[in-house]
Design a protein around this ligand. Structure first.
Ligand SMILES: Nc1nc2c([nH]c(=O)n2[C@H]2C[C@H](O)[C@@H](COP(=O)(O)OP(=O)(O)OP(=O)(O)O)O2)c(=O)[nH]1
Length: 133
C-alpha cells in the first residue's frame, strides 16, 4: 500500500491581494513544481501548529493561520498526499528561502499561470474564485 502523507499548505495573501507561491527544488519529488509553503503534519501535531512550524523552518516566516480553504487527496507514484490549504497572514518581515529555489507574489487572478503540483489544482481553482479579503 502507498504511504499516506498528511500535508498542510499556507496561502499567504498580502495587502495587494497577491499570493505567495514557492518553487520546489530539483532532485526531490515534484521537482520544480510550484506549491504553497508548508509540509507534513508530524505525529500529535495540529494542522495549525504544523503550518506555523513549517513556515518558520522553510522561510523564517511567522504566520497567522486563518480559514481553511480545501482538503484534497491526490495519488502520486511516491504516495498519497492529503493536502489541506489555509489562508494565512504574514506576521514577520523578510522571507528567507531555505528550501525553495524561487518564490513569486502572484495576483489572485493569475494564480493558475504556474506549473503547480497536481494536488494543488483544486485549491488553485477555489482561490481564484474567492473574493479578496
Ligand atoms: N508543502 C507543500 N507540499 C505539497 C504541496 N502540494 C503537494 O503535492 N505537496 C507534496 C510535496 C511533498 O511530497 C509533500 C510535502 O512534504 P514536504 O514538503 O514535507 O516534503 P518534501 O518532499 O519537500 O521533503 P522531505 O521532507 O520528504 O525530504 O506534499 C503544497 O502545495 N505544499
Amino acid at each position: 500500500m502507498k504511504k499516506y502523507i498528511r500535508v498542510v499548505g499556507a496561502v499567504i495573501v498580502n495587502d495587494k491581494d497577491e499570493i505567495l507561491c514557492a518553487q520546489r527544488p530539483e532532485g526531490k519529488n515534484l521537482a520544480l513544481k510550484w506549491e504553497f509553503p508548508g509540509g507534513k503534519i508530524e505525529a500529535g501535531e495540529t494542522p495549525d501548529a504544523a503550518l506555523k512550524r513549517e513556515l518558520m523552518e522553510e522561510m523564517q516566516c511567522d504566520i497567522l493561520v486563518q480559514d481553511k480553504i480545501v482538503t484534497t487527496v491526490h495519488e502520486y507514484d511516491f504516495g498519497v498526499v492529503e493536502l489541506t490549504t489555509y489562508y494565512a497572514e504574514q506576521l514577520s518581515g523578510d522571507i528567507r528561502l531555505l528550501e525553495h529555489i524561487d518564490m513569486k507574489w502572484l495576483p489572485r487572478a493569475a494564480i493558475d499561470s504556474l506549473d503547480w503540483a497536481p494536488a494543488d489544482i483544486p485549491a488553485i481553482k477555489k482561490i481564484k474564485n474567492d473574493q479578496p479579503k
